[in-house]
Design a protein around this ligand. Structure first.
Ligand code: HEM
Length: 493
């Protein structure tokens, strides 16, 4: 018996040594990074639970471009403004692909925008940008509908009658409803069964997206896909999402020939019709459904977390909150409504919104894959390498920002108090894959934030001294659950 153990131990040790040598040999083709160990690669430096500043620590030691091995999979991390600009902006097409992992292929099937590549991605992305431009910008019918959602959020806060409320559910309802408006042309009451299903879909997706379980799924898909777990829930949610889009698309097609297109679904159905004789067209019902479901996940998580941070910071910095309020009062006077165009007259408010997104960046990073062999900042990265872009490090880059760790709206104001754009402000990504809905996200955030701040003074509940600013790491970086009191403002009008 003892001999068997000896043989097994020798085989195991031999296997580990061989694996280690193989890793060392492969790692010479990639930028340097933590020593890859057998079985765990470079995970010993990160751990299984991702912390907010895990990558900051690594870039301090290995530089702006470094490799972390996930077992046998090298991941090149790009951080800091200079390296991100050199790679994503100056070599945009070389970094245009997304890695399509087992899980993503199962869920998105290479369709939609975020997790598709090549011809499909280009067509869907180009069409979506144009469609959003047509629907979302300028003083359009869509903007007034979004304003109505903002007013509803104000009403929800008012109903709390100054008692402590958790802002998250009502913020998520508002944002999800904005995406409903954009996609389907209507909004739904929060208690509606369909609306609840959409919210559950988004919730399941986000929880799974940030979980350790996903990492196991990606490393051992052949095993994990047969086990019970949150991935089974996601697949059921995706089916529900698909059926909601299918049901709406049938309703929209009925009278589309008789009216003007009013939402994304209308525009997409017309595009399918227009392109039906083109054999290379990627416009079909499945792509349409994946694009719309992506809007719900990408839009709700990011904008929702951003607004949660916005409210938390306004409660934490009451003097900044008051300054925003006073600026709006001075500029807009007795006018009840506020529209997106007003942002040009509100430099301080604009600076505060930008600073919230900079200092509390909501996404931990985004995955890319190199399309070609590429050389950046003197380091070569082979074709097909998985890339992780640490945008957070750009927004906290000490070479770009005077006080990166501080919440300081002056980062976006010149000496005269005018709003000023900053080159290092890349919360929506950069290059070929930059967020398709940046303008929409800015409009939604502006309308929800300004309407709330014009209507209420936000403050800590009695007995609470301060709010925790440690983020919860998931698909996005959320604040920990918190409550605030919304005290109605007595406006001068
Ligand atoms: C505050 C709000 C938002 C932030 C901070 C944000 C940020 C981002 C970032 C960083 C990326 C990745 C860019 C890259 O890889 O370089 C991205 C991509 C994307 N975002 Fe957003 N986003 C926001 C809102 C939205 C909304 C409201 C929607 C949809 C309605 C949306 C849809 C998308 C899509 C579809 C992509 C994938 C683009 C592609 O792969 O070509 N985002 N976003």
């Amino acid at each position: 018996m003892a001999e068997i153990w000896e043989v097994l131990t020798t085989v195991l040790v031999g296997f580990l040594i061989l694996d280690f040598l193989k890793l060392l040999w492969s790692s010479r083709n990639y930028p340097p990074g933590p020593l890859p160990l057998p079985l765990i690669g470079g995970l010993w430096r990160i751990g299984t639970k991702l912390s907010e500043d895990a990558f900051t620590k690594l870039s301090k030691q290995y530089g702006d471009i470094y490799t972390v091995w996930l077992w046998h999979q090298p991941v090149v991390v790009i951080s800091g403004f200079h390296a991100v600009k050199e790679s994503l902006i100056n070599c945009s097409q070389d970094f245009a692909d997304r890695p399509l992992s087992s899980f993503l292929l199962k869920i998105c099937k290479g369709k939609g925008i975020s997790f598709s590549n090549g011809h499909n991605w280009k067509e869907q992305r180009r069409f979506t940008i144009n469609a959003l431009r047509m629907l979302g910008l300028g003083k359009t019918a869509m903007e007034s509908k979004l304003e109505e959602v903002a007013h509803q959020l104000v009403e929800t806060f008012a109903r709390a009658k100054e008692q402590p409320i958790d802002p998250l559910p009502s913020i998520n309802n508002s944002i999800c409803n904005m995406i409903c408006l954009l996609s389907f042309g209507f909004r739904l009451p929060p208690e509606d069964a369909k609306f609840q299903m959409i919210l559950e879909y988004v919730n399941n997706y986000s929880k799974f997206g940030g979980s350790t379980f996903l990492l196991f799924y990606e490393l051992f898909p052949w095993l994990v896909k047969h086990l019970p777990g949150p991935h089974q829930k996601i697949q059921a949610s995706v089916q529900i999402g698909m059926s909601i889009v299918k049901e709406e698309s049938e309703k929209h097609s009925q009278d589309l020939a008789l009216r003007q297109p009013e939402d994304f679904l209308d525009l997409y159905l017309l595009q399918i019709e227009k392109k039906q004789s083109d054999p290379n067209s990627t416009f079909d019902h499945e792509n349409m459904a994946v694009c719309i479901m992506e809007f719900f996940v990408a839009g709700t998580e990011s904008t929702g977390s951003f607004l949660q941070w916005a409210l938390l910071l306004m409660v934490t910095y009451p003097d900044i909150q008051d300054k925003v309020y006073r600026e709006m009062e001075t500029v807009l006077g007795s006018s009840d409504s506020i529209c997106y165009e007003d942002r040009w007259k509100l430099p301080y408010t604009q600076a505060v919104l930008h600073e919230i997104l900079r200092s509390k960046y909501v996404l931990i990073g985004t995955p890319r894959r190199t399309v070609n062999n590429v050389n950046v900042c003197g380091l070569s990265i082979p074709k097909g390498t998985l890339i992780f872009v640490d945008f957070r490090s750009v927004l906290l880059d000490p070479k770009q920002w005077e006080s990166p760790e501080e919440f300081n709206p002056n980062h976006f104001l010149d000496k005269e108090g005018n709003f000023m754009k900053r080159e290092g402000f890349l919360p929506f990504g950069a290059g070929a894959r930059v967020c398709v809905a940046e303008n929409l996200a800015r409009m939604e955030s502006f309308l929800l934030f300004t309407n709330l701040l014009r209507s209420f003074k936000l403050q800590l509940p009695e007995g609470v001294k301060e709010l925790n600013q440690e983020p919860l790491v998931g698909l996005a970086l959320h604040p920990k659950p918190f409550k605030l009191c919304a005290v109605p403002r007595c406006r001068s009008s």
